[in-house]
Design a protein around this ligand. Sequence first.
Ligand SMILES: Nc1ncnc2c1ncn2[C@@H]1O[C@H](COP(=O)(O)OP(=O)(O)OP(=O)(O)O)[C@@H](O)[C@H]1O
Length: 255
Amino acid sequence: MNPVLKVENLQKFYKTKGTVTKAINHISFEVERGEYIGIMGASGSGKTTLLNCISTIDRPTAGKILISGRDVTNLNENQLARFRREALGFIFQSFNLLDTLSGRDNIALALAINGVKPSKIPQIVGQAASDLDVESILDKYPYEMSGGQQQRIACARAIVTNPALILADEPTGALDSKSAGMLLESLRIMNEEKRATILMVTHDAFTASHCKRILFIKDGRIFNELVRGIKSRKEFFDEIMQVVSFLGGEKSHAL
Ligand SMILES: Nc1ncnc2c1ncn2[C@@H]1O[C@H](COP(=O)(O)OP(=O)(O)OP(=O)(O)O)[C@@H](O)[C@H]1O
């Protein structure tokens, strides 16, 4: 079976005032359907640049990015807008819900934009809300919700269109530890019960220890890879911390 995501020899260089920064320097990897993969690395290692290229927000200098077999580096702006809507789900650090819409309507909008029949939308929204246990906050507006609640509505919005790939950028970054725990449970449900494929960028080892595989980026290259396998989450956390310490990155909160 084709991987959901195939990154082939990706390069992204920034030229500023005569100097060239090789933000991504020959990165290749694949993500299979149903994987939950984390990208870690110290500040400036290239994580955001990689995510921006995969999410089609930024264009790479060279290399290919195939999502569900389609090379997104060749698409024009109109094709990209449609591709993002149909094939990708996004969860950002800063929630990005529309403040003028209730939680229910934020989720429903993702379906309406994708042309889902209006008569079918309430049932699909209801199911996603039930799956992620956000039914009680559906009628609240984002400014009436906690950060954790907003983030769980953002999860429902990301999965409701059944995208090929969900991209999460520091999703626990703005949350306290209890809300982060609830968000990580939402991501687990999305991955294990709804079979969503998730790629998450994080600098936090505790958050990363919920993934099944971690790629470590250093100076724009893949430096190391860890697979959780049958290890407990705590064992995986310890293993991640060893690499983080070796890389000299910031220390995450301890268990
Ligand atoms: N628009 C840009 N112009 C020039 N250089 C850039 C630009 N964006 C990023 N860079 C450089 O590319 C490198 C990788 O940056 P990137 O933001 O991808 O790192 P990161 O791992 O996401 O860091 P952080 O964890 O601090 O967000 C850095 O050296 C950065 O200074």
